[in-house]
Structures are given as C-alpha cells and as structure tokens.
Design a protein around this ligand. Structure first.
Ligand SMILES: Cc1cc2nc3c(=O)[nH]c(=O)nc-3n(C[C@H](O)[C@H](O)[C@H](O)COP(=O)(O)OP(=O)(O)OC[C@H]3O[C@@H](n4cnc5c(N)ncnc54)[C@H](O)[C@@H]3O)c2cc1C
Length: 303
C-alpha cells in the first residue's frame, strides 16, 4: 500500500524521483517481477543514509538490490521501499595496490579499472553481470576464484543509518555466501586487495573468460545465471542434464538446452512459472539422482 505522506517525505530526501509502483521486471535480469511500492536509486551516500534512517524510523520495509542479476521477484512485487544501489554510488579508485569501489559499480567496470592500472586478481569477474555490492553478498565467483578471497575491507551501513567497517575475514566468505546474508547491512564501499600484473596478460585472460561464457551460456534470453548451487564435488548443470530435464518448460520458463543450470525467459515467463520449474527440477533430480539441489538465486517479494 502506498502512503502519500511517506511518498512526500521520501521525495524530500532524494534528488532523483521516488517511483511509485515501479515494475521490478525492469530491474531484474530475468525481466520478471511485479511493482515495488517506492523505488529509489540513491545518488550518493548522504541520500542512501537518509532513506535508510527514514525507513527505520517510520518502520517501512526496505529491500536493497544491485543489478537484479540473481533475483526472482514475485508477480505481486515488493512492499515498502526498494533501494537500487547503482550508478549513483559507483566510483572506482585505486589506492596503492588495492581497487576501491562503491557498491553500485559494475563488476565489469571494476575488472577494467584493475586491468588499466596493471592490477591482477579480478580477471575472473569479467562477464559476471552484477554490482560490487551484490557480488560481495553473494560471494560471486567463477573460474576457480571468488570475490571474497580479495575483499580486504568493506564499508557497511546498518539499518539505523550508521556507517561501520568490517574486514573481509570477519564476513566469513563461503561458497556463494557470506555473513551478510544473515546480518542485514548495506554494502557501501569495498576495498579489494590486488597484485601487480602485466596489463596484456590480464586482458587476455579476461577475454578468454568472456569468450567461454558466450559459448556455454544462453545469454541471448533473459536469465539469472546459475539457478542452483553446485553440490560438493559435482555440478548442478550436469545433474539436471543427466536427469533428462534440458528443454523442460513451464509457461514461458524453460531449462536452457545450452546450459541446464540456467532457466531462460522465453518472453512472458512469470515468477510462478519459474518457481514451478524449480520445484519440478528439484523433485526430479532428487528422485533420479538422489541429490537435493539448493537454490543460488534469491526469491523476494510478496507471494
Ligand atoms: C548471465 C549471468 C551470468 C552469471 N554468472 C555468474 C557467475 O559466473 N558467478 C556468480 O557467482 N554469479 C553469476 N551470476 C549471478 C549474479 O550475477 C551474481 O550473483 C551477482 O553477484 C549479483 O549481483 P547483483 O548486483 O545483480 O545483485 P542482486 O541480484 O541485485 O542482489 C543479490 C543479493 O545481494 C543483495 N545486495 C545487492 N546489492 C547490495 C548492497 N549494496 N548491499 C547489501 N546487499 C546487496 C540483494 O539484497 C540480494 O540479496 C550470473 C548472472 C547472470 C544473469
């Protein structure tokens, strides 16, 4: 429910527009998701802090998103405020051998900045379509590396609107997870520990990683990357394919025939289509392969 008073107060706190009933399918890589009551893209830390403090004071629910590349948003959408941390908080700088990035910077911009300064370590992230904040929360990774291994320090904002620091170590990074998935705090800035490396070598490795993605992932259709986590010692894609599920379809949601751990949106897929396909996949893989698949994508919004 949209409250006109809340809307007016919010609009006073930010320089951009507070969007009412913003369709979340415009902000998710799956192109799925119903309306957010209030949608805000903060321009800078001050705005971010004042919206977070307001939400806390007025007890308005708050949801933070980055690039929406790991999210399934329900058709009913999201109640309260959705804060999209994007281009308004996306500065990237180099301090000594570290790359320091605000949470809204794209991983691709981060990897490019590191390369341009002759700093290695972030090559693996080329081609992962998320923001720095989303990548830290998810401990995004590929090609044998993940973001958490490089995080020296994170600047966080708690839900009362207070900034504080945490070391990377204190966040307990693990496979596609870290403690920020349990402790709600907003990533504001991240310092990555890199090392000197020849620019040409960095560039070549990034190109190799991106080329491999282009040939193995169904990137022409909306998707959210890997739907399930890889079980220890195995790959979810291999199991789903071996269970005979490639190409299985519910509505306009389909298990990709190129990569079985991807569900693609053929055009008008709904969150319910994707959820039904997820359920069928989990049941079949459990029955035929004896393995319980766990979700990597996160489901948010009213059901
Ligand atoms: C084609 C494709 C390929 C992909 N390949 C990979 C891959 O190789 N490896 C991999 O790990 N992932 C991959 N992904 C998944 C996705 O890109 C990553 O999980 C990415 O890190 C998510 O970042 P995001 O900004 O899109 O976060 P979102 O999807 O917007 O959010 C993810 C989570 O992070 C939280 N969050 C986002 N920003 C902040 C913030 N500033 N502060 C606090 N919480 C925040 C959200 O609340 C949510 O819980 C892929 C996705 C696609 C579509």
């Amino acid at each position: 429910m949209v409250d006109t008073l809340v809307y007016r107060e919010l609009q006073k706190l930010v320089s951009g527009r507070v969007r009412i009933g913003e369709p979340m399918n415009k902000h998710t890589s799956w192109r799925i998701g119903g309306p957010a009551d209030y949608f805000i893209e903060p321009q800078g830390r001050k705005e971010l802090q004042s919206v977070v403090s307001f939400a806390n004071r007025r007890k308005v629910p708050l949801t933070v998103i980055g690039n929406g590349s790991n999210l399934l948003v329900s058709e009913k959408g999201i109640r309260g405020i959705v804060l999209k941390i994007g281009s308004g908080l996306a500065r990237v700088s180099i301090i000594e051998k570290d790359v320091v990035a605000e949470a809204g910077a794209k991983l691709s911009a981060l990897a490019a900045a590191a390369r341009d300064s002759g700093l290695g370590g972030l090559e693996f992230s080329a081609g992962i379509p998320g923001t720095v904040g989303g990548a830290v929360v998810m401990n995004a990774g590929a090609n044998g590396s993940s973001v958490g291994a490089l995080v020296r320090e994170v600047l966080l904002l708690n839900l009362e609107g207070r900034l504080f620091h945490r070391t990377g170590e204190a966040l307990n990074f693990r496979y596609r997870s870290c403690d920020l998935q349990q402790e709600p705090a907003i990533v504001v800035e991240v310092r990555f520990a890199c090392y000197p490396r020849e620019k040409q070598l960095i560039q070549e490795e990034m190109e190799r990683f991106v080329a491999r993605r282009l040939s193995t992932q169904p990137l022409r259709l909306p998707n959210a990357g890997s739907v399930f986590k890889n079980p220890p010692g195995d790959s979810a894609g291999r199991l789903i394919e071996a269970a005979g599920l490639k190409g299985l379809r519910v509505g306009d949601a389909q298990i990709s025939s190129l990569h079985a751990n991807f569900i693609v949106n053929l055009g008008k897929a709904t969150a319910s289509d994707v959820l039904a396909l997820i359920d069928k996949t989990r049941e079949t893989v459990l029955a035929r392969k004896g393995v319980e698949l766990l979700l990597e994508v996160q489901i948010i919004g009213d059901v």
